[in-house]
Ligand binder design. Structure first.
Ligand code: ATP
Ligand code: MG
Length: 213
């Protein structure tokens, strides 16, 4: 499907076009894409050293990380999934996800582990956070589903040990994502065919800037 550039003028229409596009991907294509994603992730140095990894369950045609999640379980890595915060609207908690986790549906119809305080991983203890997204561009700008959940989660991510990686189909790349001041760009986005890396401030840079201020 070719995208007319004049249609890409608002965030809402970008979301509509790209969500339709990824939902139209065939089951066979999705399965192959998901295996390619797993191969890229298992060979990634940040993944190899990570003990705690936040992922997501694919929804709405998103690239499915389930084969990678199963590999993480085999390797003894702890997998966490986002759960809507019960009191803090617009925020996420990350809950341990195991083979036998009891799952419930949230208000968006997305499956999430049942909230149990002992299974929450504080953001400071996550090594890697893989975020889904709707669109990205060649600068690492990211557009999500419109809730601002990951923008809130990733505020000042450089001051934690956590490294964020966006996960997307290749067809979710566009020329320019129109960004707002609250949007948090990503240092890396992985698609089935490419690892895109972007120049964003390193944690050392941010920490030094904070020390100087
Ligand atoms: N750090 C923040 N603090 C307060 N509000 C925020 C923050 N980040 C985003 N928002 C609000 O969230 C709303 C949705 O943001 P946006 O359209 O960027 O979502 P998104 O990036 O598509 O979604 P997501 O982050 O869940 O993938 C906006 O109204 C924005 O003001
Ligand atoms: Mg945003």
């Amino acid at each position: 499907m070719s995208i007319n550039p004049t249609e890409l003028n608002t965030r809402t229409s970008i979301r509509q076009i790209l969500r339709t596009k990824r939902k139209a991907l065939t089951t066979t294509f999705q399965k192959e894409a998901s295996e390619l994603l797993k191969l890229r992730l298992v060979n990634h140095p940040k993944v190899q050293s990570a003990k705690t990894i936040a992922l997501y369950l694919a929804n709405d045609g998103e690239l499915d990380p389930m084969p990678f999640i199963k590999w993480c379980w085999q390797q003894g890595k702890q997998v966490y999934l986002p759960v809507l915060h019960p009191f803090c609207s617009g925020h996420l908690l990350f809950l341990l996800f195991e083979k036998n986790s009891f799952m419930v549906q949230n208000q968006y119809g997305i499956s999430e582990p049942k909230l149990e305080v002992t299974k929450v991983c504080p953001l400071e203890q996550l090594d890697l956070l893989c975020t889904p997204l709707v669109a990205f561009d060649r600068s690492g700008a990211r557009l999500g589903m419109g809730g601002g959940f990951y923008d809130r989660t990733l505020v000042n991510w450089q001051t934690h040990k956590m490294y964020p990686i966006g996960i997307a189909h290749d067809c979710q790349q566009i020329d320019v994502v129109p960004v707002e001041y609250w949007d948090i760009p990503l240092p890396e986005i992985i698609t089935p065919t490419q690892n895109h890396q972007f120049q964003v401030a390193s944690s050392e840079g941010i920490i030094n800037a904070l020390r100087r201020s």
